[in-house]
Every structure is written in structure tokens, then in C-alpha cells.
Design a protein around this ligand. Structure first.
Ligand SMILES: [Zn+2]
Ligand SMILES: [Zn+2]
Length: 159
């Protein structure tokens, strides 16, 4: 029988464990890195967050990424919402962009972190707009994005 473990993640998106059993209790716990509360279930629908999948007869571990969205109700997890909000705030502070560009840039952010056909468009927008802004912005933004997006996307953002 394959065993699906759950994972525990702090509200800022630090993975605590990807090996917890779904039956285990959910004691209140805090992140050692940032002090945020640790959750094991989606705050919107209360489904457990998928962790390590132990396939029958297969040994050896692999890294389990922290998911951005709940597979059950499609709500962004708290760390995803926080990252998106921070990026929007960062964009709003850039005087080099006019309001229309800021809106366009901000509205492409959800596509930037989800692997799909529209993420290509969002990557192009990111590279276009961030080329107009100081490199400080790009460094901060890429740091935030790399905490929630896949490596493939982060690598597509021009350094
Ligand atoms: Zn943390
Ligand atoms: Zn959910």
C-alpha cells in the first residue's frame, strides 16, 4: 500500500516536515526560523497538505515542494497570499511604472507562480517591466518569487 504523508508548513512557507501521518494530532507549533504558526491543513477547507508519497516497494526519499495552492479547494495557501501581496506592494512603490503598467504587472503575478500556458506571458511581463525598474527591485522580487514558484520559472526570470 502506498502511504501518503502530510506536511507541516509555517504561515511564511517554511517546510517543517513532509513526513507526518494524517492521523497525527495537530499540536500548536511554531516555526524555528521565523516564529510563525505551523499548519498541516488548508485554512479554507481543512484538507491536509500533501507531503511525502511513499510508493510501495520504492525506497529513497525525494524533496517534497511546499505547494502554492490547495489541491482540494484551489485557495492560495497563506504563504502564497503573503508573497503575492508583498510583490504587489513592491510594484506599487516603483515610480518608473505608470498606474496602468503597475496594474498589468500586478495582475500577472498569480500566473507567474503557477506552471501553465499563461506563466510564459507572465514571465515575459516580469522581464519587460523589471527591466524598467532598478535592479534592487528585481533582486527582492526574485527572492520572493523563488519562495513560492518552481525553479523552472525562477530560472526564466532574467538576472
Ligand atoms: Zn517560518
Ligand atoms: Zn483548501
Amino acid at each position: 500500500m502506498d502511504t501518503q504523508y502530510s506536511q507541516s508548513v509555517c504561515l511564511k512557507g517554511h517546510q517543517i516536515s513532509s513526513f507526518i501521518t494524517t492521523s497525527s494530532e495537530n499540536p500548536k507549533e511554531f516555526c524555528e526560523d521565523c516564529g510563525s504558526e505551523v499548519i498541516t491543513h488548508c485554512p479554507s477547507c481543512n484538507k491536509s497538505i500533501n507531503g511525502y508519497l511513499q510508493l510501495d516497494g520504492v525506497f529513497g526519499g525525494y524533496d517534497v515542494p511546499v505547494p502554492s495552492y490547495c489541491r482540494n479547494c484551489s485557495s492560495p495557501y497563506p504563504w502564497t497570499s503573503t508573497a503575492l501581496e508583498s510583490l504587489k506592494e513592491l510594484i506599487n512603490l516603483q515610480d518608473e511604472l505608470n498606474d496602468e503598467e503597475k496594474d498589468d504587472f500586478s495582475s500577472s503575478l498569480p500566473d507567474l507562480i503557477s506552471n501553465g500556458p499563461k506563466s510564459k506571458v507572465a514571465i515575459t511581463k516580469f522581464n519587460k517591466y523589471s527591466s524598467k525598474i532598478s535592479s534592487g527591485f528585481r533582486n527582492f522580487a526574485v527572492e520572493i518569487i523563488s519562495s513560492i514558484a518552481s525553479d523552472v520559472i525562477v530560472k526564466s526570470l532574467t538576472p
